[in-house]
Write a protein of this length. Sequence first.
Length: 237
Amino acid sequence: MKRLILGDLRMPLLATTETILKHWGFRVLASSREEQIRSIINETPPDLLILGSGILHHGGQRLLKTIEKPVRSGDCPLIVLEDEECPVSVSLPHEMLTAPINVFALFEHVQKHLEKYPRKNLRLPLRIPGMLSRENACYLADVLSLSTQGLFIKAVDKMTPGDTLTVIIPLVGMKKELELEGRVLYNVNPGPENNYLQGVGIEFTNLDDERTLNLQNFIKHRFLGELGSDASKQEIH
């Protein structure tokens, strides 16, 4: 399991980000104390460092000296979480994430550094009813996962990759529904390895800014809601 160190002086942000990263399956060591972070790094260098600019500022040269070797070697990338109250100039190679943290940007950054085959899009497992429209026929089908780029839908009818269709999904809790154009990317055929699930992977096409924003808001609120009410109130957007 990939191991990362998360450090920030903002306790609500620290707790929520730790919960999100653990939900994604990573081993997370989180702390608001720079001396503890230094001790952990000296003991076993992590695969990724995510540190707030505030803790870098208060940790001073001691913390920067501790992280310099693993970061410069390329073995431990550094992501700096912006803190407007404690701006800091870091001469080490790093990437920046603004605060409030964008959960989609966080997912992309972490995937890039910790996964052999990184995903760019946060995929949300769920089960909501959807409606497919193709070749002048409409039928209901369950949506089983959703991202801002596409979805996987449980369907009995086999489709051909490249087929175009329209999908209508309800944004539960937002009192909206979205009509989305898409095309078939792949079919999943039933078998014992997938509990005899039959479904279709669909890529969205012709997405405008409004639909993209609605998808992002829906996925974010559903995802944070799964983590608990406290997470949805913190500095994540």
